[in-house]
Design a protein around this ligand. Structure first.
Ligand code: SIN
Length: 291
């Protein structure tokens, strides 16, 4: 296995491994360390069935079946389908997943470790791939805060709410996803997490806030919380912290949700087809007490 870092704040490509085969303990360790260090890694030219994608992902933690699991593989509910394609006039996948900055599952009591996405069909225009996935580095965003703000926010917590992103997609992006039901909202009530997490792989602090789900800094007045969150949301997406993955068919893209935030770039049309299969790996190996 060969790891080639990107010339950016985060990102690396890993060559020389077939993810359809069982993962050795050495390769597991190397991938885990690479996720902590580079935040986002891609494995080009993979050929995986849905079951093999699930088996590979499961090495890294418990797989979450999404509470609003609108589209998933027939055999494997843990394998979600993201797509703008239709069959017999009916959508085959969630067409607008993740189209703004967020951290998956920050709204959950047990937070997410990684997402594993497999690119089956990638839209291209004028020789360039569309539907890139953009990332920002939350180790670097923490390091870039002033000592004064680090001290002010040290030990504080943020409330995260699943409904914030869901509603924003319906309200601002014209999404046709239905409103969350009472039952879905009850299954994922708002939760609090520290503003700064100590990353379990790197041992360094990361900024654990994101515009998608973060609602309120609990220990501050509402006005100060709004002011600080607005600052953090702008601070964390500065170009110097970011990297965009340009997809190729057959890529497996895996990222660390604790050390990054991400945004699926919606720059392709309804006839420019994208099909991705996705598994959500929880951080239960690192935070078993949250179970
Ligand atoms: C996601 O937020 O998990 C989706 C990312 C993508 O479709 O590129």
């Amino acid at each position: 296995m060969r790891i080639e870092p990107k010339d950016a704040s985060l990102g690396a490509t890993i060559y020389g491994i077939d993810l359809s085969m069982p993962l050795s303990a050495d390769n597991y360790k190397a991938i885990e360390q690479a996720l902590g260090r580079y935040g986002v890694i891609s494995f080009p030219e993979q050929e995986l069935t849905a079951g093999q994608l699930r088996d590979f992902s499961e090495n890294f933690g418990k797989l979450e079946v999404n509470v609003a699991n609108l589209f998933h593989d027939e055999q494997y509910p843990e394998v979600m389908i993201l797509s703008n394609m239709k069959e017999n006039g009916k959508p085959i996948g969630l067409s607008d997943a993740g189209q703004d900055w967020h951290t998956d599952m920050s709204y959950s009591k047990t937070i997410a470790f990684s997402n594993v996405l497999y690119g089956i069909r990638i839209p291209f225009r004028d020789g360039k791939s569309l539907g890139n996935t953009a990332f920002c580095n939350m180790h670097a965003a923490y390091d870039g805060l002033t000592e004064e703000l680090k001290e002010e926010l040290d030990g504080m917590t943020i409330t995260h709410d699943f409904n914030k992103f869901w509603d924003m997609m319906r309200r601002e992006k014209g999404s046709t996803r239905p409103p969350l039901t009472e039952e879905q909202r009850k299954r994922k009530p708002p939760v609090s997490h520290p503003v700064f997490l100590t990353h379990p792989i790197t041992g360094r602090k990361v900024l654990y806030a994101n515009p998608g789900y973060s609602m309120r800094i609990n220990e501050l007045s509402e006005a100060r919380s709004d002011e600080v969150l607005q600052f953090l949301f702008e601070h964390q997406v500065q170009e110097k912290y970011c990297y965009r993955h340009q997809w190729a068919q057959g890529d497996v893209l895996m990222w660390d949700n604790m050390g990054t935030i991400h945004n699926a770039v919606a720059d392709y049309g309804p006839d420019e087809h994208r099909l991705i299969k996705r598994c959500q790996v929880m951080a239960d190996k690192y935070f078993p007490e949250q179970y």
